[in-house]
Design a protein around this ligand. Structure first.
Ligand SMILES: [Zn+2]
Length: 580
């Protein structure tokens, strides 16, 4: 259980989402009744008595992690802080357990600049040009029986800002190398991207022959190395925070339990979605056949568009459903296709498409052209409409594929105006039609990142392109089999949504003697992974026992620290897992 204290900035509350996604249980701290791990977010103030309490807590063996400022705890943190802003974390070498194995630019947007005093700096903060050092970014310290980590940048705030982007009222700035002309007059999610064309994209080596006839090359980069958002920056910022907690706990000898992202030890899942656009029935049949060859279930986003010349035969929807695929909504607010942006239009289209498809409603939606306006309005519309999952945060040009919104995690948005979460699960999209708008190798890099961050590798393939372009079909089939070889399972958007919501009702907590874990759940779930940090050298238990289930225990590395893991079926209620 992690205790948290937040400053008054609404966005600092995003720590709750980061901990929730990581399967860690948390509560608002009561300084009179602290547990073993305390996390402070933002740059709030504490009175002298509160500072003494926290300093004593660390001295007595607590783990303290602070991100965004020092809260006047300069002495135990071994660092001082001053106002900071946008910049880049530079991890240097040799890497520390907290900063090891990160390869993105680590772009941050708010918080403090640190100066290490008694503590040890393990990362510096570069300015917004990424050229000069402003000071220290991460400082670690040992105090009495406990340990501290202070991260100058406000990581929850930066993660939220990268994922949400800026409020969209006009076109974004196009890429200076002409690879991403997002200023085409259509407002869509990538107009709100806050990452830098210059510093946050990379040109990656091309590890395989480029398909001879591919349209995925950009004319300015004929060797296939078009700059792209190859690394999920927000996910790496999350990783720094989670590893900081794990490191401080390991130093202080504290055991922490968490719920794994996916069941049965899966590192990641993949998602193939389709957008029906012209509603060409023959395209649906081609896609059904290709997905049958691929042997997976996919998510079919279906559009209402008065400009369409064709529509699906009603029987086609039954074939899609009978094959186990998900029928989802493809909301159309593109003027040239007869759509309009607006709450009422979403309602009308959802009702029309549901009737046409013969379904009672939708779990998932993706907007035609990834249309978007404002910041979080559309999330509220979906919540109001009862649509639980969205797929709009993605790229539309060759030069912004990958992670323009920094993440492959399924995430819940927070409204920075109100500080309230919105009950819609965003499942970000990384590519539209590999072979046509990007090279197939880029999809493989992305699958690697999904595995590294326990996220979702999400690929959109339009039925129209599957129907007419063999190169797109080959890329789809190759991507699916590569993912499977890497240990991915391919799920629908609904499966991801349902799993994530149910998984987040599962809470685990190490019981004091370290030989048992308390578990509670509101859902019936099979193969739930439980991870418990486990000091190096301590004998690893052989089995975890829950009722009449006996699960094998394995040693793993998690959040940069040694841990044990096991999988169990979970039923609603509370129970205790014995480790022996
Ligand atoms: Zn579309």
């Amino acid at each position: 259980m992690i205790d948290i204290i937040l400053d008054n900035d609404h966005s600092s509350r995003y720590i709750e989402e980061i901990l929730g996604r990581a399967g860690l249980a948390w509560r608002r701290a009561d300084l009179g009744n602290l547990g073993e791990t305390l996390v402070l977010v933002g740059d709030g103030s504490l009175d002298a008595g509160q500072r003494d309490t926290i300093t004593g807590f660390v001295n007595d063996g607590g783990a303290l992690v602070v991100t965004g400022g020092t809260w006047g705890l300069d002495t135990p943190l071994g660092a001082t802080g001053s106002a900071g802003g946008e910049g880049y974390i530079s991890t240097g070498s040799p890497a520390h357990a907290i900063t090891d194995d990160l390869h993105s630019s680590l772009h941050v947007f708010s918080g403090s600049v640190l100066r290490a005093t008694d503590g040890t700096s393990i990362a510096t903060l570069l300015d917004a040009t990424r050229e000069s050092s402003l000071g220290d970014a991460v400082v670690v310290n040992r105090v009495g029986e406990g340990a501290t980590v202070v991260i100058g940048p406000n990581l929850p705030q930066s993660v939220l800002h990268i994922q949400l982007g800026r409020s969209i009222h006009e076109d974004g700035e196009p890429a200076p190398d002409d690879t991403a002309a997002i200023d085409e007059g259509i407002l869509k999610t990538d107009d709100g991207v806050v990452l830098s064309w210059e510093h946050d994209r990379v040109q990656s080596p091309v590890p395989e022959p480029i398909p001879a006839d591919t349209l995925g090359l950009h004319e300015n980069y004929p060797d296939g190395d078009t700059p792209w958002f190859a690394w999920p920056i927000a996910d790496e910022l999350r990783a720094i925070l989670l590893r900081a907690i794990a490191w401080a706990e390991a130093e202080a000898g504290i055991a922490q339990a968490s719920v794994a992202a996916w069941p049965r030890g899966l590192a990641a899942v993949g998602l193939i979605s389709h957008d029906s656009d012209g509603n060409l029935d023959a395209g649906a049949h081609s896609t059904l056949a290709v997905m049958d060859r691929a042997g997976i279930k996919s998510t079919w986003c279906h559009i209402w568009a008065p400009t369409n010349q064709s529509e699906y035969d009603p029987q086609t929807f039954r074939l899609i459903e009978d094959a186990g695929h998900e029928i989802a909504l493809h909301y159309n607010s593109l003027d040239m296709n007869g759509g309009t942006w607006g709450r009422e239009h979403l309602r009308t289209q959802a009702a029309t498409v549901a009737k046409e498809a013969g379904v009672s409603g939708f779990t998932s939606n993706k907007n035609h052209y990834l249309r978007w306006e404002g910041l979080v309005d559309f999330f509220y519309w979906l919540e109001d409409e009862g649509i639980q999952a969205d797929q709009c945060k993605g790229p539309s040009k060759k030069g912004n594929v990958g992670f323009p919104h920094g993440s492959n995690q399924p995430w819940f948005p927070l409204d920075p105006e109100t500080g309230e979460f919105i009950d819609v699960l965003e499942i970000p999209l990384q590519f539209q039609d590999l072979w046509l708008t990007a090279l197939p190798y880029q999809g493989k890099v992305t699958i690697g990142e999904a595995i590294r961050r326990n996220g979702v590798a999400h690929f959109l393939f339009h039925q129209a392109h599957i129907h007419t372009k063999p190169g797109v079909v080959d890329a789809l089939l190759d991507t699916v089999s590569y993912g499977r070889d890497q240990g991915l399972e391919w799920w629908t958007s609904k499966q991801i949504n349902d799993w994530e919501r149910a998984r987040r009702t599962v809470k685990v907590d190490v019981l004091e003697n370290g030989s048992a874990v308390a578990i509670e759940s509101a859902a019936d779930l099979s193969g739930v992974g439980v991870i418990v940090s486990w000091p190096e050298g301590r004998e690893i238990p052989q089995v975890a026992t829950l009722g009449d289930q006996v699960a094998k225990v394995s040693g793993i590395v998690y959040a940069g620290q040694p841990a044990i893991a096991f999988n169990l079926d979970v039923t609603p209620g509370s129970a205790v897992i014995a480790l022996s």
